[in-house]
Design a protein around this ligand. Structure first.
Ligand code: ADP
Ligand code: ZN
Ligand code: ZN
Length: 739
């Protein structure tokens, strides 16, 4: 930028005001050092804040003497290139979200706090020739030295981090070894040679369908195309991803692979590390701030080639991005459900467009949005209709439990099938129940009292092991009582099924079988999930019981029977997306069965065996269901045939919300020159939550452009309403949950 005098910096600051702030730049700074995308330290309302320069201008509308100076510059190079900035600008317009929040809060936490953006090298150790020749058993007493010498002799090279975790005596041993000239120390960003256990596994020979898919995508590298890879569970999508990645790496480009929840599928990371002799970094919320910063920088600087991440990884700047892959594209965890409510899938598509590269969306159960985009020819559909290798599709059966005697939620017919499967060597049963805790309701048999949360309109869930009642909405905990507080009788009953209850029952019924429960509770402790998954894959488990965690892309080759309990309530949900979500869930859970040599079976317990959703899905499969559901949505003019934005309001006092809507509604009527359908205000489905009363207003239009043309001028006006100070509000563009 050519400016004669020191310009004024327009700085994005992480506050909820939708504007940039002007700061003067001290004359001492050379103009060439001041670029867009550089972090600065500024004083804002008496506080020091880290901001990002997004613009420079010769003068400000505010008088010079009133302007503050930038306190210091934190970067010498821009953190975000212009392409990255372009994406974030698009985001802020599309989601109508404050610019400073978007630019600053999509950075890794440490950068937001002002940490220097320097990728740290790590020390790696290998033995010298002398070191390699020492006989470890010659250490009679120095057992730690013996241990480390042996360990290093068995590998080519090991990082300081790994060595330290092996034993805390490493620093002393290191000093001793260096003194004896047994050790070589070198610093790298990433291990230059594959670590032990990281054999580079060879590629599989693709079957014909996989080959076709790969060729199609390969042809479009370096141009923007959206592919929807519709591949049944176990069809070898991951193998296609890996071979595609290999092609991109050969062009010296980088790859971004986004997944719903990486920590649930640690096997995938292992699979990638075994396959690629290229630096891989991961990025998700369970890592430490330091680890996330390192991953981010490694990708930005081009030191790492592959990024495996969740939705928060989406904003990582790449040096040379070649393809984006987004697996399980239907998964709702790609949508952020608080604060800045973006859809990682939709933003990833925009990112691919701005970068002019292909994006591959994969799923066995594509979202109706994506299928509609195929029909509109915006997406190109690719299919893998059969399971790879020798595995056959599982057989799905409905178990009618009307009038049947139940054993803690399991019918006799179901128990018989479970027992039959377990009697066969090495076969495992998977039981899906999407509710943690012991039971969802505590009720008095005598007077009908039900335990409810004091802060939410919600039942308390019984957690028997912890002797607690818990609210799953505000996380409040109460003591598990035995006497009814309303009638004082000891007549409290646990109603309904939770994983804890089924686990207890299975343990009593099958005392010699190993049963593992996988839910948020049982896997809370670090390392537990990995431990369980290893145990399952080693075949040392008979029954795997769990919540939706089980539906997430796991590959358990010994599971031959998958069971779904208690899905009926979802057949009657008011949410128009409920059928789609249920069909995806059933198909995904079913897809865990029979992935090995033996054909799998799936049992769905239901009191609605004639329900059209279930019969259609089971007789004709997910695609037939999806076409039917799309036709219904079209008739009702619901998304994807219309576009929605949900305006949510919450207040500690209902009156505050009433007052606000009284001011808001006339404004909306006045602004609505676009035929926007306005529904509400109405109570939110859960009216009270975390002590606040909640209301909502839905805006809907058949034209996305018109919806946004309505919202863009409306929001600044809403912010000026007096009554807004006493409420909390948010706007959810393309909401996927209308709660
Ligand atoms: P998806 O991601 O579609 O669920 P995976 O990629 O996990 O499926 O593949 C399922 C199984 O099929 C894996 O065990 C994988 O190794 C195997 N597989 C994939 N492609 C092939 C192939 N071309 N030949 C043989 N086996 C394959
Ligand atoms: Zn009672
Ligand atoms: Zn609560």
């Amino acid at each position: 930028m050519k400016l004669k005098n020191t310009p004024i910096a327009q700085v994005a600051i992480p506050v909820l005001l939708n504007q940039l702030f002007d700061y003067r730049i001290p004359d001492a700074y050379a103009l060439k050092d001041i670029g867009l995308g550089i972090r600065v330290l500024v004083s804002f309302r008496g506080q020091e804040k880290v901001g990002l320069i997004l613009g420079l201008k010769p003068t400000s509308e505010i008088k010079n003497e009133k302007l503050k100076f930038v306190l210091s510059f934190l970067d010498s190079q821009p953190l975000l290139a212009s392409k990255d900035q372009q994406l974030l600008h698009w985001l802020r317009h599309y989601y109508h979200y404050p610019i400073g929040y978007i630019f600053c809060n999509t950075l890794p936490t440490l950068l937001k706090k002002g940490e220097t953006a320097v990728l740290k090298k790590e020390a790696y150790f290998s033995l010298t020739l002398t070191g390699q020749k020492i006989d470890p058993t010659s250490f009679k007493r120095a057992l730690k030295q013996q241990f480390f010498l042996q360990t290093l002799q068995e590998s080519t090279q090991m990082s300081e981090t790994v060595l330290k975790t092996l034993d805390k005596s490493w620093p002393q041993v290191k000093t001793a070894f260096l003194k004896k000239n047994w050790l070589i120390e070198q610093a790298y960003y990433f291990s230059p040679t594959p670590l032990k256990n990281c054999l580079n596994e060879t590629e599989l020979v693709l079957n014909q369908a996989q080959q076709q898919v790969l060729q199609c995508i390969e042809k479009t590298l370096e141009t923007f195309t959206v592919f929807l890879l519709d591949g049944v569970t176990g069809s070898g999508k991951t193998e296609v991803y890996m071979q595609l990645i290999n092609k991109v790496l050969q062009k010296n480009q980088q790859v971004m692979l986004l997944l719903p929840e990486i920590s649930l599928t640690p096997q995938l990371e292992t699979r990638f590390r075994q396959r690629f002799n290229a630096p891989i970094v991961i990025y998700h919320s369970k890592l430490t701030d330091k680890q996330r910063l390192q991953s981010w920088l490694a990708i930005k600087l081009g030191e790492a080639s592959i990024l495996l991440g969740t939705r928060s990884a989406l904003f990582t700047p790449f040096k040379n991005l070649g393809v984006i892959i987004l697996d399980e594209e239907h998964d709702s965890s790609f949508k952020q459900q608080d604060k800045f409510r973006f859809s990682a899938r939709d933003v990833a598509i925009m990112r691919a467009k701005l970068t002019n590269i292909p994006i591959l969306l994969g799923s066995a159960t594509p979202s109706l949005e994506s299928l509609a985009n195929v029909t509109k020819k915006r997406f190109q559909k690719l299919a893998l209709p059969q399971r790879a290798g020798k595995a056959q599709p599982p057989k799905i059966v409905l178990l009618d439990i009307r009038n049947k005697r139940m054993h803690q939620g399991l019918s006799a017919a179901l128990l018989q099938q479970i027992e039959q499967t377990l009697s066969k060597e090495k076969q495992q049963v998977l039981i899906f129940l999407n509710r943690r805790g012991f039971a969802p309701r505590l009720m008095c048999h005598d007077c009908g009292w039900v335990a409810c949360c004091a802060h939410c309109d919600a039942n308390l869930v019984i957690h028997q092991q912890q002797k607690q009642l818990r609210c799953h909405h505000c996380q409040h905990q109460y003591l598990l009582i035995t006497q009814c507080p309303a009638c004082q009788k000891n007549a409290l009953n646990a109603l309904g099924l939770g994983t804890e209850r089924v686990e207890q029952f299975l343990n009593q019924r099958y005392p010699d079988k190993t049963i593992i429960r996988l839910d948020a509770e049982s896997t809370q402790k670090k390392g537990m999930l990995e431990k369980y998954l290893t145990q399952i894959n080693q075949g040392n488990v008979d029954i795997i019981l769990g919540t939706q965690m089980l539906a997430k892309g796991h590959h358990f080759p010994n599971v031959t029977l998958a069971v779904l309990l208690d899905i009926d309530s979802r057949l009657f949900s008011l949410d128009f997306r409920a059928p789609e979500k249920l069909a995806q869930l059933i198909t995904q859970v079913a897809g865990r069965s029979g992935r090995g040599k033996i054909r799998g079976k799936v049992l769905i317990q239901t009191r609605q065996p004639q329900h059209p959703l279930l019969t259609l899905l089971i007789q004709q499969g997910y695609n037939a269901f999806a076409q039917h559901a799309l036709a219904e949505r079209k008739m009702a003019l619901l998304p994807p045939y219309s576009y929605q934005a949900l305006f949510r309001v919450a207040a500690f006092q209902e009156q505050c919300a009433d007052d606000f809507f009284e001011q808001l509604m006339p404004l909306i009527i006045q602004q609505n020159q676009h035929n926007i359908l306005v529904l509400g205000p109405v109570d939110a489905p859960m009216r009270k939550r975390e002590k606040r009363y909640r209301f909502q207003l839905l805006f809907q239009s058949e034209s996305r452009a018109e919806l946004h043309a309505f919202l863009t001028p409306l929001l600044p006006k809403i912010k000026t309403l007096k009554t807004i100070k006493k409420i909390q509000w948010s706007l959810d563009v393309d909401p996927i949950d209308l709660y």
